[in-house]
Every structure is written in C-alpha cells, then in structure tokens.
Design a protein around this ligand. Sequence first.
Ligand code: ADP
Length: 507
Amino acid sequence: LTSSATSPGLHVIHIAAEMAPVAKVGGLGDVVSGLSKALQKKGHLVEIVLPKYDCMQYDRIGDLRALDVVIESYFDGQLFKNKIWVGTIEGLPVYFIEPHHPDKFFWRGDFYGERDDFRRFSYFSRVALEFLLQAGKKPDIIHCHDWQTAFIAPLYWDVYVPKGLNSARICFTCHNFEYQGTAAASELESCGLDSQHLNRPDRMQDNSAHDRVNSVKGGVVYSNIVTTVSPTYGQEVRTAEGGKGLHSTLSTHSKKFIGVLNGIDTDIWNPATDPFLEVQYNANDLQGKSENKEALRRNLGLSSADVKRPLVGCITRLVPQKGVHLIRHAIYLTLELGGQFVLLGSSPVPHIQREFEGIANHFKNHDHIRLILKYDESLSHTIYAASDMFIIPSIFEPCGLTQMISMRYGAVPIARKTGGLNDSVFDVDDDTIPSQFRNGFTFLNADEKGINGALVRAINLFRNDSKSWKQLVQKDMNIDFSWDSSAAQYEELYLKSVTRGRATKRA
Ligand code: ADP
C-alpha cells in the first residue's frame, strides 16, 4: 500500500546514435544528454548505449575502459563479436558498442551519410538489445530515438521478449520525420527481423513504396509511447503536408503519440559560467555581453567602429529545412539595414555548401559580414553571446534549440512560426499573446516579405528604443528553458506506461 511513496526511481536506458558533446550532429545529441541528466537528477537510474564511433570527442568521455566481455550478436545469418566499452559523459554512465564486423560500421570518420547506414544502425540496434539481455539488465523503459534506433521497437517485441528481455516498455522519440530510414523489405532480415511478417501496411511497410520498409513507422507501430519534440510539430505531422507520408500512421496511433517540447542543458548553455566566453555575464550585467560582441568582432575581423550596430547571428545546419534561401536573403537585408551578420553553419548538401562558400568568399574581407562554414562548438558559444538578434527562418522545425539558447544568451530570436518555434517564440507585437510571454519577432510566410517584416521591426526597436530592447533581452535571459518541466512530462509518460504494462501482465 505504501509502495508508491517508497518506490525507487525508474531504470531508463536510452539507445541512440548521438549524445552531446561527444557525438553530436544536431539537436538529437543535445536531447539525449539533456533529458538523461534531468531524469538522473530526479532520482532515476539512467544509462545510455551508443555506437563507438572513431570520430567521437574522446577527450570528453570520463574513465573510458573496455569491459571484460564479448557480446556475440546476430547479423546476416552469423554471429559477430562486439567489444563493449563503458565511460561517463556529463556524469552519466554510457556503454559504447564496438563491432568486430568486417564492414567496420563505426570506423568511417563520420556519424551518418554512409551508403550502408540502414545496415550500420540495424546492426547497432540489435547488438544494443543483445547487450542488455546478456548483461542481465532489467530496465523499466527503453527509450530509442529517430530512425537509427527505431529498429529497437520491433526487435524488442519480436526477438528479445521471447529470449527473456521483457521488463521494459518502449518509448520512441522522432526528432524529425524527414528522416525515416527506408530500405528494400529484404534488408530487414539482416538484423533478424522477419520481413514477411513486418512488410504489411499496418506494420513496417513504407506508406508510399510497398516493397520497402520504414524504420520510423516500425518505431511508431511497435512502441508503447511515441513522442516528438514539440506540441505544434506533433500536430503538423498528423497532416498530409507535414507527416512526410506517415500522417495516417500517426493518426491511427494518436492515443500514444504526443509532442513534448525539448529543453536545453542549462549547465552547458549558461552565459554566467560559460568557459568559452571572453567574459561571463548575466541578465543584470549586460556590459559583459557587449564585451563579448567586441571580442567576436575582433576575432572575426569585423568593424567595431559603431557600438550600436546590431549583430545578427545564425547557427545552423545548412539544409533546405532551415530555409537556406531566407538565410541568404537575411544576410543581404541585414547589410542593407545597417547591421552585421555572422553565420556559422555547414552543409551536407554539396550544392548548398558551394553556394555558401561563394557568399563567404564574396564577403571574405567585408567589415560587416562573416560566414564560417564549419562545425565549431566553441565558436558557436561566442556567437550566441555576441549576437543582439538571432535568425531562424525554418521551413519546418520539429523543436529547434537555437532559439532557446539564443534567448538564454540575450540574443532576441527572429523566427518563422512553425513547429517548436511556434511553441517558444512569441511576437512582441502580438496582442493575442499575454505580454509576459512575448519574447521575440515572428513571421508566418516563408518568403522574403515575411522575414523582411520581422527583421525590420527588430532592428528598428534595437535602434530606436534601447530601453525596451534592454528589457526584452533581460526578459529572454530569465526564461526557464531547462529540462525540468519537459523531463517531468517524460517521467509521467514513463510511469503511466510502466503501470499499464504491469496491469496487463497481471491480467
Ligand atoms: P537540428 O537538430 O535540426 O540541427 P536544432 O536547433 O534542434 O537543429 O539543434 C542545433 C544544435 O546544433 C544547436 O545546439 C546548435 O548550436 C548546434 N549547431 C548547428 N550548427 C552548428 C555549427 N556549424 N557549429 C556548432 N554548432 C552547431
């Protein structure tokens, strides 16, 4: 009767392809570490399983050592050996899987973008579960993320529950429905899934190609809890336009599907302690922010002649989703409006990378524009700290973290009203929103006119009403974007599902 008061925390195991700061391509990496830390703080036992990539930031892993076991796991009709490593990242226990497979799946110098990604990650998903089984783990929740580890859901029920790994409920989070992990149905066989059984419209069959299977669809169909990363995106993906082919599947499974807004890791993203900054600062000391602006201008060779010239920042993967044409337009518009623009970004799409290299070269020695086309974590911190405004003109945005980080650093967001941006950025001039929530500048239409309106309003306020601007900056810096409330929502989802699972087992 008293068990709820004294019950220990849950045992949660995340299985993922990314974890910040060691293996991060985008927001997924931030979520895995941020959510895990918040859950750990709430008293839950949280562990993470990752691939052991050759290109990880090994200097950010504590106490890395190989375990004295070899895990044999099935693939393509044979057993392959895997070495298991353990270490800590941000105080969290992490297991790393090193396959001894001739294809050297995680020895490629990159995380994704290999022609055999479907094989690499279906292999990883299988070993991760094999490891949990052989290690005798009894998690309450196995939480998998994105298409790379969505295989976990069908593998768990079809292959591992019969083997005795049966304590868990499965949670699947899709961070972006654009990436679904599809392949010819027969490719599922490699990791031991039965393609005949799964290649059906109500299971893993891709909704637009009937000889193909879809990993994300498998995650949705076979998990107990399905989440995405903001309430608005959760609505958008249920429409034909937003669901990228999965809207009907999500509607069928809508009872277990919910959008939970991501938080940010407020230990890492904290201007008051950030070691990457020239000067630490907080909402009551904006002089420190100005010094960071000066430092960045100096480092990048931008003109410091006019202190009042607004600095517009943008940090992003340069992919169509992010509204690259609008970013390009914003560079020229900012210049026209008398501002400075700093872009940090890189593109996996060759023609976009080339196009931005052209722009970067054109402005190479310019006083007010700088484009840095690479991934650079420390530079990203200094740009957030230096910027007065931050531009995010996404075509769609599942959650988006840069608007939250920029606000924490006192850079006011200028964002398109879509997905998670719509749940976190509220226009200063929108009378339908209570004034205490208004924190930035938004626009609806994904065109030049849309972004012009918002950028012009932002620069005008900055120039003409420094008192209101300062109040806005301070308000943004004080908003709570920590994981606390989102982690509480996950905790509730986990607990409800675990209770339901126990009830079903007893029945
Ligand atoms: P997505 O996951 O779609 O890339 P998010 O806004 O959710 O977008 O997360 C982006 C994260 O990646 C942020 O933490 C941002 O600071 C970081 N980031 C993006 N591009 C770069 C870059 N070129 N250098 C450093 N950090 C970057």
